[in-house]
Design a protein around this ligand. Structure first.
Ligand SMILES: *[C@@H]1O[C@H](CO)[C@@H](O)[C@H](O)[C@H]1NC(C)=O
Ligand SMILES: *[C@@H]1O[C@H](CO)[C@@H](O)[C@H](O)[C@H]1NC(C)=O
Ligand SMILES: *[C@@H]1O[C@H](CO)[C@@H](O)[C@H](O)[C@H]1NC(C)=O
Ligand SMILES: *[C@@H]1O[C@H](CO)[C@@H](O)[C@H](O)[C@H]1NC(C)=O
Ligand SMILES: *[C@@H]1O[C@H](CO)[C@@H](O)[C@H](O)[C@H]1NC(C)=O
Length: 430
């Protein structure tokens, strides 16, 4: 098997790359800024650019009108959810009556506002968050989601604010987003206090008190996923580099190393595991749900931090995926112990893979896998959440599309790498 080419060494301004990476992780809206010499006529590019702006402001303004400061807009009823806390809170009565959420959509929009050039609105958001955002709530949250969305959003917002500080009038930016990120990150740390260093999947944002009521909650599940343990290093590593407090990076790296030590002799990992025993629960895995961002974070951590250790892990893991999961242009699931195929299902989440292959420099492989997702998109109008591959026939079994950014990100990367006729613009044509 051909060895994947090593990506170029990291660019000097690594933390600027962090902002771009983190904003790409946080959503696909950044794709609108990519207008370059691509052979498209100027008129067409302007049309597409305006279309992206229109779509962004439609979503953003309606969120601000109907849902802010709660987490997400429910567009049909013009109401809201506090998704970050509701996700894990079976007992919603635990949330204070006047709980306002974490303004999650605003946090996630900060990087888009900068990319789209709206520094006034960016600044307004930053100041609002600085004064009003609190994490001292009795809410059980999912560590992975809170990390990639809230912590990642705050850190990329901070890096972008520093970049544009001369434009933020009267210098009101005093690292407020970084202080918020640090406050949040410190609430994550108790989740890592396990014999293995693998973090619990859920944690209460209120720090643990004498009665252990908060922090890791009583009878908390010890089951978590590979992505739950392996997708923390970008945000927590960046937080440590920015604050000088090494605890965040150390906790995430210890968890990642432990996870990697649990791989099989085929260099495959499973999907779910127990954080107390460090034993696998589900041995079957693929590149989709429960595992996907483990691969993504390994290569992005190498790009961001430049450490060979991430490259070595990624390199071995990538070769194993190509060897045991790949079937023509598709990827199925397999048992980590034997490499035998288990499930022939494809999921919308897998659409990040061509982007990862592009980042790696394997543009030819990315082109091939991207084309398959593109064909599915064309056939159904969107990517179904899950579909079964049966003798070359696709049967969607979960027929919904929760506006996932994976395929947009892959398309964006591939377009940036080739400047070709990449099917970039179909996304805004829906
Ligand atoms: C929610 O917002 C209201 C109005 O700004 C404020 O009075 C209240 O303290 C907030 N609740 C929490 C739990 O922060
Ligand atoms: C920035 O966003 C706000 C809120 O949508 C809008 O009112 C304002 O016109 C925008 N400014 C620019 C320069 O686009
Ligand atoms: C904090 O929230 C309150 C209530 O929404 C608002 O009136 C105030 O302006 C906010 N602070 C900032 C700095 O935006
Ligand atoms: C935790 O589990 C024990 C034993 O099953 C039970 O007695 C206790 O009530 C549980 N605590 C909570 C908060 O559910
Ligand atoms: C991608 O594949 C198409 C054939 O489907 C080919 O025409 C094109 O040159 C390929 N592009 C790259 C960058 O490999």
């Amino acid at each position: 098997m051909r060895s994947p080419p090593r990506p170029r060494r990291p660019v000097p301004a690594r933390l600027v790359a962090a902002a771009v990476l983190l904003s790409a992780l946080a959503g696909g809206a950044a794709a609108g800024a990519a207008i370059a010499g691509d052979g498209y006529g100027r008129g067409r590019r302007l049309y597409m650019r305006n279309k992206v702006l229109e779509m962004f402001y439609h979503a953003y303004d309606n969120y601000m009108t109907y849902a802010f400061p709660h987490d997400e807009l429910k567009p049909l009823t013009k109401s809201f959810t506090d998704s970050l806390s509701e996700l894990g809170n079976l007992n919603l009565e635990h949330l204070p009556n006047d709980y306002n959420g974490s303004a999650l959509t605003l946090v996630e929009s900060l990087s888009s506002l900068v990319v789209l050039g709206n520094l006034t609105e960016f600044e307004r958001g930053v100041l609002w968050l600085s004064e009003n955002l609190t994490f001292d709530v009795d809410a059980r949250i999912n560590l992975f989601e809170c990390n990639i969305r809230l912590l990642g959003g705050l850190i990329s917002g901070h890096i972008l604010a520093k970049e544009h500080i001369s434009h933020l009038k009267d210098g009101p930016y005093q690292d407020q987003l970084l202080h918020l990120a640090e406050n949040l990150g410190s609430r994550f740390l108790p989740a890592f206090e396990t014999p293995t260093g693998l973090p619990y999947a859920w944690i209460n944002l209120k720090p643990c008190n004498y009665f252990f009521q908060y922090g890791v909650m009583e009878n908390e599940t010890t089951e978590t996923s590979t992505s739950g343990c392996g997708s923390l290093i970008l945000e927590m590593g960046a937080l440590s580099r920015l604050t000088g407090d090494s605890r965040y990076e150390a906790a995430a790296l210890r968890a990642l190393r432990k996870l990697w030590s649990m791989r099989s002799s085929l260099n495959l990992v499973g999907t779910t595991l127990d954080v107390l025993t460090g034993k696998w629960i589900e041995y079957s895995s693929g590149i989709g749900a429960g595992v996907d961002s483990f691969y993504e974070y390994l290569i992005k951590a190498y790009v961001l931090f430049g450490s060979e250790e991430y490259w070595d892990m990624f390199h071995s893991a990538y070769l194993a995926v190509q060897k045991y999961f790949r079937h023509g242009p598709w990827y199925h699931e397999a048992d980590m112990r034997t490499g035998e195929a288990t499930h022939w299902q494809l999921t919308s989440l897998q659409a990040f893979w061509p982007g990862l292959q592009t980042l790696l420099g394997d543009v030819a492989a990315a082109n091939i896998s991207h084309r398959e997702f593109y064909n599915v998109w064309q056939r159904f109008g969107v990517l179904p959440e899950r579909y079964l591959l049966d003798f070359g026939m696709l049967h969607p079994t979960e027929k919904y599309y929760p506006l996932r950014p994976e395929f947009a990100e892959s398309t964006f990367y591939l377009y940036q790498a080739t400047k070709g006729d990449y099917r970039l613009f179909f996304i805004v044509q829906i």
